[in-house]
Write a protein of this length. Sequence first.
Length: 233
Amino acid sequence: MKGIFIATVFIATLITSCSSGKKIIKFPTIPDETYVNLNLKEFFKSNQNPNIVLRVPNNNDKATSSTSINKNNDVLYNTIEKELMKENFSVRDRGLFNELLSKSATTDYSKIKELTNTDIILEVVNIDLSVLYTTNKIITVTPKKETETIGNIDYKEKGASIEYKVILVRNNEIAGTYKFNYKPCPGGCELTTFKFTGKRRSRKPILRETVEINTMEEFLKITTRKLIASFRQ
């Protein structure tokens, strides 16, 4: 009898947990923004593996410099360069590129091409780790369906974005612009990953996850592959 009672309680608990389901938060998706002109597409038809340099917001980098203003950003920039190299791009040293430009003091891009042997400048316009995402929708997930309800609390968390500008060096042309967006926990955040702060009437949910450097590295790997794919379409 005792065994039957335990089994009954277990089954009842299982049914209750399945029926109540898992509660998750899904933040809205911000679409990526991509513009590529015909000249860039034509260039890549005959130049699948061009010489490219990554220009970053800190343009004071020198080939002889051993320090970094922002080491985390350096890690992210290196991630982009590694993905370009994996796709057989010839990646120029950005510190040496800047040093050559500063010594030549030229703004003529045709001369820059001769001086640095560079075809494409991929410029990181901005990396933003504080893009605010918010929602008041809660999704209950059961084995059979997902049900969305509107709550009375706004769930907020920071995502990220990166913006690029692509310059064809031979004619000093901005040939492409890109903006890629990362939303917090893309597959959904379980409600249990949130903690609440403040008094009960004004409590605020805070997601325990943040956009860590390793998360951004993975995001940049994916978006750099997207970038390269758009070049070669």
